[in-house]
Design a protein around this ligand. Structure first.
Ligand code: ATP
Length: 236
């Protein structure tokens, strides 16, 4: 197998009798920031969930040289593969501090406090409010918290599902500044976004998904110049 960080071959996901992901193959190299764009219902979220082993799927998923498609989802956290789900999935009745601690529950090393400090440096709004209940945070703050919680697991590959969803433009900018900073620290990122313009701005490379299949794969620059992409996703 090639030495990509993630290699996906012929991924298939069905909901009952309906195919939502139909033979998706993709590869991500260490340190890359790659996006998966496409319309509503194209199968982007389903693909991410399948990669995180949260849905049954067919096909092969190779991660850091290991075949992970038969592993349970919790086994991936310790291997450094983390999903920040659509809608964030923070524990609304726990505090910020407790949510962050949940992200490190599997760790037994002595560097958790140092990581927490680093994450607070990246997300200062969280440091100011450690005892606030997550459910009382704004949408943008919850998105930051969800990213912070994933970072507490020391991910090598972060799967981000629609981090811009439901956020005001200014907050979207802030969340994406954080995502760029995370990438700059060496975390590889696979970003699912409906905001194709933004996704192609921040990522080096992208895949376009339509009706469960990858229909285009290229550099962000080439995709942003592609007439089909411009017409379908960039409103041009
Ligand atoms: P969105 O941006 O709207 O979330 P998406 O590209 O992420 O879109 P998916 O959410 O992966 O798309 O959905 C892909 C297809 O699978 C859609 O047709 C959707 O209706 C269907 N689907 C998603 N979740 C389920 C489910 N739990 N049960 C049945 N069908 C589902």
């Amino acid at each position: 197998m090639a030495a990509s960080l993630l290699d996906v071959l012929n991924l298939e996901v069905h909901y009952g009798g309906i195919a939502a992901v139909k033979g998706v193959s993709l590869a991500i190299e260490p340190g890359e920031m790659v996006c998966l764009i496409g319309a509503n219902g194209a199968g982007k979220t389903t693909t991410l969930k399948a990669l995180a082993r949260m849905l049954p799927a067919q096909g092969e998923i190779h991660y850091r040289g290991e075949r992970i498609d038969a592993l349970p989802s919790h086994a991936l956290i310790g291997r450094g593969l983390a999903l920040v789900p659509e809608g964030r999935g923070v524990f609304s009745r726990l505090t910020i501090a407790e949510n962050l601690a949940m992200g490190a529950y599997h760790r037994r090393d002595g560097e958790i406090a140092a990581d927490l400090d680093r994450i607070h440096g990246l997300l200062p709004r969280l440091r100011e409010r450690t005892s606030q209940l997550a459910g009382t945070l704004s949408g943008g703050e919850q998105q930051m918290l969800a990213i912070g919680r994933a970072l507490m697991g020391r991910p090598k590959l972060l799967l981000l599902d629609e981090p811009s969803m439901g956020l005001a433009p200014l907050m979207v900018q802030k969340v994406f500044e954080v995502i760029r900073a995370v990438a700059a620290q060496g975390v590889t990122i696979l970003l699912v976004e409906q905001n194709a313009r933004l996704a192609l701005e921040v990522c080096q490379r992208g895949y376009v998904m339509e009706s469960g299949r990858i229909t285009l794969a290229d550099s962000s620059k080439a995709l942003a110049a592609d007439t089909r992409v411009r017409a379908a996703y960039l409103g041009a």
